[in-house]
Design a protein around this ligand. Sequence first.
Ligand code: SF4
Ligand code: ZN
Ligand code: ZN
Length: 300
Amino acid sequence: MKCKICGNRAVIKLRAHNISLCEEHLIEFIERRVERTIKEFRLINKDEKILVPVSGGKDSLNTLFILNALGYMVEGLHINLGIGKYSEESQKKTENFASRYNLKIHILQVKEILGYSTPEAAKKLRRPACSVCGLVKRYLFNKFAYENNFQVVATGHNLDDEAATLLSNILNWQEGYIIRQNIKMDSTHPKLVKKVKPLALISERESAAYALIRGFDYIREECPFAQGATSIQIKNSLNMLEEESPGTKLRFYKGFLKQNIIKREEKEIKLKECKICGYPTTRDICTFCTMRERLGSKID
Ligand code: SF4
Ligand code: ZN
Ligand code: ZN
């Protein structure tokens, strides 16, 4: 198997793109694709300050690294969730990565903010850990970005994540979620920072190959609370379709983005400001502050 660009030994065959590539040209291929995605969907500009939520996993490290390599003003934010060894390891990998590549990383500790780690808070609130975790991360990434003058939050969602979410939402006709799923979510309130997904057209396998070839030391263990059967089943089903017909995931997700099947603007929700923290919400008190009140955490 030879690289289609230079003829040297290829290390990967990308059937969705009908191309085999050597290490050097895979790196170039991925970075160019990210750059093209950014331009095609007008995700970010060179004069915007971008915050990348960094978990320590391959996709978030790739996002931070590639945006920096493409010349964007980028910094990372790692939230330590307080999930035992998994969180310790994630923070360590994130910090090592940042110092190795001279990238700026900010660290927040959930335990310091809530007075409880994520699993402790979930237990006290009798809610699933992932629902508390999702709420805390969404709120803190936006708040940190707004307070530190970032104009964009760029997450590391890859094509497999996006295609699986889309398929799951369609299978269950979750209209509200389908409307809100996009590669770019513009700010609809002065305190709501724009969100983009620059890796949304890069598959899981391509992202893993990129991190591997670059020699990134990322966290490979799954969070102990990682979602079970359903999302894995959906990803497996998509992989089966992809195997039969390469490019299925890309066609499915790109078709959704391009055709703009749902008129998003018609469904825009009116936001007000939370009476406690002032951040946008559809209620009088936002879900984050409600949670803090229930936990008895001090409000700063
Ligand atoms: Fe948070 Fe759940 Fe993801 Fe773990 S699996 S990081 S608890 S959302
Ligand atoms: Zn090559
Ligand atoms: Zn609030």
